[in-house]
Design a protein around this ligand. Structure first.
Ligand code: AP5
Ligand code: MG
Length: 182
């Protein structure tokens, strides 16, 4: 199972990816989690990422593309993976396509989660991560609309794109995704 979980901040990518990873026994690759872990550890990657993550802007493409390439090429991803939060720009999607070609991966599906914006803001304010302030959430949503939403058009006609409503309970949404990718 090779899934790109796509959608705006707060639609439930991380929540659903963790459940799918458990269900299918494959790695959950979240660039956001990796960047936050690097920031915690104070590594060079973390220092590079800090200002972007804290403000809700995007970390430069070459930085995240390099991380994802290494993970996808590792043995852990041989039988599948769930990408969460990557690709987020058309340049990242193009780079990912080249990585898939190099690794001879050709059975990828996009699952696109959709949630109403007021519900997104409600969920993120409730969660309260460092970048979940009202102002940063608004900025992340704008960055999503400008830079990330167009990635869906990149995939149209290249790989199957499964549209899944992201409103409702976590369990119901998980069932919808499992049915959509079967
Ligand atoms: P990232 O960590 O990817 O954050 P995001 O895309 O803004 O998304 P979130 O993690 O906030 O939401 P989610 O969709 O995972 O939802 P979740 O399951 O947590 O990125 C953070 C930053 O890192 C970026 O701003 C950027 O700076 C940088 N970055 C990362 N990737 C990058 C890339 N590729 N290129 C450049 N920069 C990059 O759910 C949200 C909340 O809702 C949780 O509290 C959850 O418990 C709750 N919830 C989930 N499902 C439901 C439900 N059904 N009902 C009610 N509550 C629910
Ligand atoms: Mg997340």
């Amino acid at each position: 199972m090779r899934i790109i979980l796509f959608g705006a901040p707060g639609v439930g990518k991380g929540t659903q990816a963790a459940l799918l990873a458990q269900r299918f026994g494959i790695p959950h690759i979240s660039t956001g989690d990796m960047l936050r872990a690097a920031m915690q550890s104070g590594s060079e990657l973390g220092r590079k990422a800090k200002e972007y993550v804290e403000s809700g802007g995007l970390v430069p493409d070459e930085v995240v593309i390099g991380i994802v390439r290494d993970v996808l090429a590792s043995d852990a991803c041989r039988s599948g993976f769930i990408l969460d939060g990557f690709p987020r720009t058309t340049a990242q999607a193009e780079a990912l396509h080249r990585i898939f070609a190099e690794l001879k991966i050709n059975d990828v599906q996009v699952v696109s989660l959709d949630v109403a914006e007021d519900e997104i803001v409600r969920r993120l304010l409730l969660r309260g991560r460092a970048d979940d302030t009202e102002q940063t959430i608004r900025h992340r949503l704008q960055v999503y609309a400008d830079a990330t939403a167009p990635v869906k058009a990149f995939y149209a006609g290249k790989v199957p794109v499964r549209e899944v409503p992201g409103m409702g309970t976590v369990e119901d949404i998980q069932q919808r995704i499992v049915a959509a990718v079967a």
